[in-house]
Write a protein that binds this ligand. Structure first.
Ligand code: ATP
Length: 862
């Protein structure tokens, strides 16, 4: 027993060796929960084939094959339509596959990490790399990466609700329970994978990983990998369904109409009905949303914003209020002590190369002893406030270790953002004991005379108004070793002095706040720091304006929800807030119907992040708990990245709207054209193959590339679009109506022109001219649709992939119209140069009219 202990202690400080890690990984595998079985390619294929479009197309193949056999109508039709089914399914599968891949890559990027000791050094690794036997260091805010036994701990509490349903965090010990535990919750000396460290620190040796863990045993139950559709996807599916219904009804109507008019045989008429249905179903629409979302998500990831929930891509574009942390998000989190004041002496400015005065050195001794940050040659560890203390000491050839020689630390209460202080207890050479508490001045339990207190406030405010973060320190000496725990000793302290730290704003913050304002978004600062410091920085970056309010956590407590709701519009800075205050702020804004984004990093921020419409966690300084509760992770902790994400969100939404505008209006026009022509007694102008070719080549493929459109500058100069606003508002519906009408009139006209004026009732010439005008014309229209402002050469050239796809699709259409065998398969005929010229002119008419419409609307607006 006695021999074992040092061995075990060594094991805990050394951890596993690299060789043991690979050996254990080989033996026990990787630390991953088996994901829900992936859908096989066959299943996906069947799903694609059973979609309504494919079903209608397949029906058309069967029908035309039947006609080929029974009526000798030739095999071209079934072959052409069959190929289109195959093409359609292949495109669908490819798109789905690539969207899935990019989302999976994204999941890997936001995989939680954990701190382990291996080969004697502490390192951060992905939790999937954990092996059995690993020594894991747990800190408040971590997600426990595997099951294991706790070996060392300091006030460790863990939220095990995911396993036990018990919402109160459990206090852990290293002692095994005396009676055999009968449920997971009774294992007080163990920590379990997936649970969350809410407080304290601990060291654990991993005993089980992956599916062998407690959570692994219930992983099947937790497998909620079922894909939920986002709000936009749902709306688009609904729109598609309505369109499909209209298409099918028009198909049936066409069939009845042509049968009544006794045009052709019933089989032909059925075929026409079916092809109209096919042509008018916007099959590409739902896919385009998925593609737009996944392209957008990839783009955001490249710009340091990792989306964890697809729905938030849409929500972030409609954010009205961004409640942002100050330290590290709006500021650089690079702190430097520039001033200090040792009590009963004069305030001093700290200048490089200048010696510290004696009172300053005594003050810095207290700060040093009550600090945990470490700076070595190669790395710095600890929070920025403490690093600033250590840096100043090093500049003056001092260190914590130097002071600890005479005052070794015997106990500690770590910093908590609730208490905003931290304390340590030291044993002095004279046998006395020294308690040091450092932290926010208003949270230090000190007692000063009225005049001292006034002087302190005056100096504090001087520091804070210059945007300095102020940290105070106080102490208490005990003659005998105190028996109480350290927290209950924190009273009747003697005040020692303060330091002032500068933390400059991020250079891009001011511009980002300005951009947010232009985009109709209000930015508010939420910080644990002091009101005066916060206000000074908020003013520097444009968040705080002259008649704004700055409110502290204690002011906020005095406001009931009604007062808060009344005044919240005016508040731009919330200082000294607690995590609970954050939830109240989110709720107050939400009650006003606003969409709120909120940033957070600590364990206690998780509820506020969940309550916000878009919870944003910090990638660098954030805890795993905050990341787990968030919708979006900023890998650079930067406020400007949020604004970029808003801009991407708005672009994605706009691109989807553009795709709807592009596809749906022509689908409607096709229905009106077919029905109108039959009503006029002209018969059906376009046959199934022609309609299908237009649908796939001229609409579907270019439509996909709309998802790659860059955002328009204008998108960030408009107020946020309410998330429940109809997709047809803001002029989209009107533009669709105009385009549908233009196409219906134009196609009927060109058909009649070719058939009755240019020739003597040659319907095939009319049909060929109509085919060219509709196919190429609707492709040209993508330009006026994709640019909301008047077209320029720049906006035409902007989307390279789209231009290439359009050129390719146009080339195919022209080849089909020119090369004889192809012409024949698609029921087209040779046109004269004059007929070509007329068609070429006609196809530009819609684009020109759409551009004119923009100009007129712009004028009317003015
Ligand atoms: P935010 O990131 O929310 O903008 P913050 O980082 O300033 O705010 P906290 O980290 O909660 O918020 O700090 C709040 C206050 O706690 C600070 O103003 C400071 O007075 C005090 N404080 C910060 N760090 C420490 C520390 N390591 N030890 C003691 N006190 C600290």
């Amino acid at each position: 027993m006695t021999q074992r202990k040092p061995e075990q202690a060594e094991k805990l400080t050394k951890g596993l060796s690299s060789a043991q890690v690979s050996q254990n990984r080989e033996q026990f595998g990787r630390n991953i929960l088996q994901e829900a079985k992936k859908e096989s390619i066959w299943k996906k294929l069947i799903l694609q084939l059973t979609e309504i479009t494919s079903l209608i197309l397949l029906f058309a193949v069967v029908l035309s094959a039947y006609m080929a056999i029974s009526y000798n109508s030739g095999w071209t039709k079934p072959i052409v339509i069959g190929s289109i089914v195959v093409l359609n399914v292949l495109i669908g599968l490819y798109q789905e596959q690539s969207a899935e891949k990019s989302l999976a890559a994204l999941r890997d990027m936001s995989e939680p990490t954990t701190q382990v000791i291996r080969d004697g050094t502490s390192q951060r690794i992905s939790i999937s790399d954990i092996v059995v036997g690993d020594v894991v260091t747990l800190n408040a805010g971590d997600q426990v990466p595997a099951d294991g036994e706790l070996k060392k701990l300091n006030a460790l509490t863990i939220d095990e609700s995911i396993l036990t349903g018990e919402s109160e965090p459990v206090e852990k010990t290293t002692k095994a329970p005396e009676t055999a535990p009968d449920s997971v919750g009774d294992h007080i000396n163990k920590a379990f994978s997936g649970t969350l460290v809410t407080h304290g620190t601990g060291t654990m040796v991993v005993s089980a990983i992956g599916m062998k863990t407690e959570i692994g045993k219930i992983a099947d139950l937790l497998n909620t990998t079922k894909r939920h559709k986002t709000a936009l996807q749902q709306r688009l599916s609904r729109l598609s369904l309505i369109m499909t219904f209209i298409a099918v009804v028009s198909g049936v109507f066409m069939f009845i109409l042509s049968t009544l008019h006794e045009l052709g045989n019933p089989m032909d008429n059925l075929m026409i009905g079916v092809s109209l249905a096919v042509a008018a179903v916007p099959e590409t629409l739902p896919v385009i949303v998925t593609i737009s979302l996944s392209v957008g998500v990839q783009k955001m990831a490249k710009r340091n914003a990792i989306i964890r929930r697809l729905n938030s891509v849409e929500t972030i574009g409609s954010v009205d209020v961004i409640a942002s942390d100050k330290t590290g998000t709006l500021t650089q989190n690079k702190m430097t002590i520039t001033r200090l004041w040792a009590f009963n002496h004069k305030p001093e400015n700290i200048k490089a190369g200048q010696m510290l005065s004696d009172p300053a050195t005594s003050l810095m001794r207290l700060f040093a002893l009550d600090t945990n940050a470490v700076i070595n040659e190669d790395h710095a560890e600890g929070d920025a406030t403490e690093l600033a203390i250590i840096r100043l000491l090093h500049q003056h050839h001092l260190s914590r270790e130097h002071f600890e020689q005479d005052a070794p630390r015997i106990a500690e209460r770590p910093f908590s953002s609730d208490k905003k202080t931290m304390s340590t207890l030291h044993e002095l050479k004279n046998g006395h004991f020294l308690l040091i508490v450092k932290g926010a001045l208003d949270k230090l339990p000190i007692f000063l005379s009225e005049s001292d207190s006034q002087q302190l406030n005056k100096i504090h405010d001087e520091f804070a108004n210059d945007a300095l973060r102020v940290l105070g320190v106080a102490y208490r000496e005990f003659e005998k070793k105190p028996v109480e725990d350290i927290e209950s000793l924190e009273k009747k302290l003697t005040f020692a002095g303060i330091i002032g730290l500068i933390d400059p704003p991020r250079p891009e913050a001011k511009k980002a706040v300005h951009q947010a304002k232009q985009a109709g978004i209000k930015t508010i600062m939420i910080t644990g720091d002091h009101k005066a410091t916060a206000r000074a920085i908020a003013a520097q970056i444009g968040i705080y304006q002259n008649d704004d309010l700055t409110v502290s956590g204690s002011d906020l407590k005095k406001w009931d929800d009604k007062t808060l709701a009344k005044k919240i519009d005016k508040v731009s800075v919330f200082a000294r807030v607690s995590p609970e205050d954050k939830i109240r702020i989110v709720k107050a804004w939400q009650q006003k119907g606003k969409v709120v984004a909120m940033t957070g990093d600590g364990v206690n921020d998780a509820p506020a992040l969940k309550a916000a419409d878009v919870g944003i966690a910090m990638g660098i300084t954030g805890t795993e708990v905050a990341k787990g509760a968030s919708d979006l992770i900023l890998t650079d902790d930067n406020f400007a990245t949020i604004i970029e994400a808003v801009s991407s969100g708005r672009t994605i939404y706009q691109n989807v709207l553009k795709a709807i505008e592009f596809l749906v209006s022509v689908n409607f026009a096709q229905i009106f054209l077919m029905v109108g022509s039959v009503l006029f007694g002209w018969g059906v102008p376009l046959i199934a193959e022609q309609l299908l070719l237009i649908n796939v080549l001229a609409d579907g493929i270019p439509g996909f590339y709309l998802s790659r459109e860059q955002g328009e500058a204008q998108a960030m100069r408009q107020p946020p679009i309410p998330s429940d606003q109809s997709i047809f508002s803001n002029g989209v519906g009107l533009r669709m109506f105009i385009r549908s009408t233009i196409y219906t009139i134009l196609t009927l006209a060109i058909y009649a022109f070719g058939r009755f004026i240019l020739t003597d009732n040659n319907s095939q010439v009319g049909a060929t001219m109509l085919f060219l005008t509709l196919a190429l014309g609707s492709m040209i229209d993508i330009y006026p649709i994709k640019a909301r402002e008047s077209l320029t050469l720049k906006s035409i050239k902007a989307n390279h992939a789209l231009n290439v796809a359009l050129l390719a699709a146009a080339a195919i259409i022209i080849l089909v119209a020119l090369i004889q065998p192809l012409q024949k398969s698609f029921g087209l005929v040779e046109l004269t140069l004059f007929q070509w010229t007329i068609s070429l002119i006609a196809m530009f008419i819609p684009a020109i009219l759409l551009e004119l419409n923009k100009k007129i609307l712009a004028k009317l607006k003015k």
